[in-house]
Design a protein around this ligand. Structure first.
Ligand code: FES
Length: 553
């Protein structure tokens, strides 16, 4: 409800600012064009509906901004959020005088705030009039643009329109500044003509000196109200903190047994922020993006049920039970959670990531690859050379995996772990894993040719592949968070990779992989192998050179 009210009032105010800037931009043509535009603008906003919409939105938006400042437990926030907050509160400070001198003067003294009159007030009479006007409009525009960005970037069509929006975000204020400058210069020139001056003042009906003082007082009052709102929100935070300290704390446990203690009433996301724990929050904790979502492992009963808004977002991403938005969940007792998206998750990740990735058992193929004799190589080379060669190797192997449609799980030392079939099925996964092995072998040959003299001997690789059920999901902690797999099948694949040394072969894979992939195994050596931790030996194939695998599409 609060989120919606903030959004709706923000949109109304943004439309107002947009209209105002476009009106300014007409000054590029002439003062008369600005005035003609103003008539449309005032017709739209100075009527019972327009005035109520604007004044109501301004009031509600300001109160909600004060509430947001009070409600958030932590003032740690992204640069974009901080910028938006500071700009938002600075707008009334900049524009209070403009507001009092136009709408206020019109209402109190019946002043006709024509463009000529207002521009002259800013360019000639008011102290810092130009600076306040330019600063205020810029702050309002940038604040609004950040808000629009936070809102629209979660929409599926945003990538298609973002270039256009970015262009407009630049062009509109620049045109407005130029129009404001040109209009001001024209008004100043016309002001030198006594007849024009008399006519302009007769139309404008400006307030007398006493009235001008009242306008300044009104602007000051407006600024004091805004200042008081900010001060009240900050003071309220202090009072709340001391009350909460008395109410007690709760213990929040993350993966890796990291625990933090927080005052009751602190959301899980705020607890992460307060304790310097990276946590995804694309929408800044507004309950819209779902990137902060966590699985509650223990203490689910220590959370109040989700609100209708939170439920709607959870439903949208297909979240299973016991998954909550960290920014909305307020624990009142000890709780243990696992963040489901990595801290650097983007808006796109929130949708693209399969909700099942929060944990499921699935038939997949797992590939392990390791460089042979690389320890020897690294002992003979400078660290710089080792890192250079390794990075080239990782790039080639990563491409091979991705080319085959696999998921690069991790690099472990000079080894690679990759998963296949996480988004398809076991058969496709097995086939993709063998394809990746073939690509890896081909790319290694290319790399050996490229590196040539830098190597004492060509790089050699051992690859092991097994297919079977594994628990896959997004696991980890902090920045080391991502899709991975665990289970017996993973261990088996790792052991098969180790066996390549024993057989002096490039690739060893299980019979399961061959049959699921429908591989022509003629010419390959079949063996049985005992795998530590498995009761029965398994049937495997040994392939000296994975480039020679006969994979038919
Ligand atoms: S931070 Fe966006 S929904 Fe929680």
């Amino acid at each position: 409800m609060i989120v919606k009210a903030r959004l709706i009032t923000g949109v109304v105010l943004f439309v107002f600012v947009l209209g105002h800037l476009i009106n300014h931009a007409l000054g590029v043509h002439s003062l008369a064009a600005m005035e003609a535009g103003r008539e449309w603008f005032t017709a739209a906003w100075r009527n019972p509906i327009g005035t109520t919409a604007f004044a109501g939105s301004l009031l509600i938006h300001l109160l909600l901004a004060g509430w947001a400042l009070y409600a958030r437990r932590s003032l740690k926030m992204s640069v974009g959020e901080a910028f938006q907050l500071v700009l938002g509160f600075s707008i009334p400070i900049f524009l209070a005088l403009h507001f009092a001198g136009t709408a206020g003067a019109h209402r109190i003294f019946g002043t006709n705030d024509t463009y000529a009159f207002v521009l002259l007030a800013q360019w000639k009479f008011a102290d810092y009039g130009v600076i306040l006007q330019t600063g205020g409009m810029t702050a309002a525009w940038v604040h609004g643009c950040i808000g629009v960005y936070f809102w629209l970037r979660l929409k599926p069509y945003f990538p298609d329109i973002k270039q256009l929006l970015f262009g407009l975000a630049i062009v509109i204020p620049v045109a407005s500044w130029i129009g404001f400058y040109a209009g001001g210069k024209e008004a100043l020139a016309l002001y030198e003509d006594p007849e024009w001056r008399r006519a302009m003042l007769a139309v404008a009906q400006p307030p007398d000196a006493n009235g001008v003082r009242q306008i300044y007082d009104l602007a000051l009052l407006f600024q004091i109200i805004i200042g008081s709102l900010i001060a009240s929100a900050l003071a309220g935070r202090g009072v709340r903190s001391s009350l909460e300290r008395r109410r007690g704390t709760y213990l929040l446990r993350y993966p890796n047994e990291r625990t933090v203690r927080n005052a009751k009433g602190t959301s899980i996301l705020e607890a992460s922020r307060l304790n310097g724990i990276p946590h995804a929050s694309v929408c800044g904790g507004r309950g819209r993006c779902s990137t902060c979502r966590v699985r509650v492992l223990e203490g689910h009963d220590n959370l109040a049920g989700p609100s209708a808004d939170e439920l709607r977002v959870l439903k949208r991403v297909g979240a299973p039970p016991k998954v909550r938005l960290a920014c909305q969940a307020l624990p009142f007792g000890d709780i243990s959670v696992v963040p489901l998206l990595p801290p650097n998750a983007t808006a796109r990740d929130a949708k693209r990531r399969n909700p099942d990735m929060s944990g499921q058992e699935k038939e997949i193929a797992i590939l392990f690859a390791d460089l042979r004799s690389f320890t020897q190589f690294s002992e003979q080379k400078l660290p710089y050379d080792v890192v250079f060669v390794l990075n080239r190797y990782f790039a080639h192997m990563g491409e091979a995996v991705e080319l085959a449609g696999g998921h690069l799980d991790k690099f472990i030392g000079d080894g690679v772990m990759a998963l296949f079939g996480a988004n398809t099925d076991g058969d496709s996964g097995a086939r993709a894993a063998l394809t990746a092995a073939k690509h890896m072998s081909q790319k290694l040959s290319v790399l050996n040719t490229q590196l040539g003299d830098e190597l004492n001997e060509p790089l050699r690789i051992g690859i092991g592949i097994h297919s079977g059920p594994a628990i896959i999901g997004e696991m980890g902690y902090g920045t080391a968070f991502g899709l991975t797999a665990i289970g017996d099948s993973v261990n088996t694949a790792s052991r098969l990779e180790a066996m390549t040394k024993e057989f002096g072969a490039q690739l060893v894979f299980s019979e399961d992989v061959a049959s699921k992939a429908g591989l022509d195994v003629s010419g390959l050596t079949q063996k049985t192998a005992a795998i530590r931790g498995r009761g029965e030996p398994i049937s495997i194939y040994v392939c000296e050179n994975a480039e020679k695998l006969s994979l038919h599409s």
